[in-house]
Design a protein around this ligand. Structure first.
Ligand code: RP5
Length: 163
């Protein structure tokens, strides 16, 4: 199976990124995690992106906050799918990173999830790999069913308590 590359602009993004890591682990999808900053270590971010396809990656998650350009900078150097996670920061609550990540000009797409949307970033990467992996697609179907069952259990609880 192809690996998922997980990049973050700073170790301070790790608490958010860990939710993507946990989600990929639960689906038994191989991954590699790095702290590469688009502005503090641009060479490393660039090299990772340039070599990602040859190194066995199928998609890349890029998480960054503030004037977040990591996802765009990575996407500039690969045609693998890049999923951007805008990370929440103190000053603007993540709106800064959301707009920086989502508003890519035509030609270099970044599939942007919600602010701190690490679980969905991992699931979207899983769905990308599942296009050609029936066993992974079955796991995603099972997860949807389990999530639905959880909601129905909650409904039964509130029905019992209030109705
Ligand atoms: C971004 O700036 C990082 O992705 C992080 O979200 C934010 C703050 O970085 P630190 O100052 O915590 O290293 O590049």
């Amino acid at each position: 199976m192809k690996k998922i590359g997980i990049l973050m602009g700073s170790a301070s993004d790790l608490p958010t990124v860990e939710k993507a890591i946990d989600t990929l682990k639960a689906l038994e999808i191989p991954f590699e995690v790095h702290v590469y900053s688009a502005h503090r270590t641009p060479e490393e971010a660039r090299d990772f992106a340039l070599n990602a396809r040859a190194n066995g990656f199928g998609a890349i998650i890029a998480a960054a906050g503030m004037a977040a350009h990591l996802a765009g900078a990575v996407a500039a150097n690969t045609t693998l799918p890049v999923v951007g996670i805008p990370c929440k920061s103190a000053s603007l609550d993540g709106i800064d990173a959301l707009l920086s990540t989502v508003m890519m000009p035509p030609g270099v797409p970044v599939a942007t999830v919600g602010i701190n949307g690490a679980v969905n970033a991992a699931l979207l990467c899983a769905e990308i790999l599942a296009v050609t992996d029936v066993s992974l697609a079955a796991k995603l179907d099972a997860k949807r069913k389990a999530d639905a069952a959880k909601v129905l259990r909650s409904d039964a609880e509130v029905t019992e308590k209030y109705n």
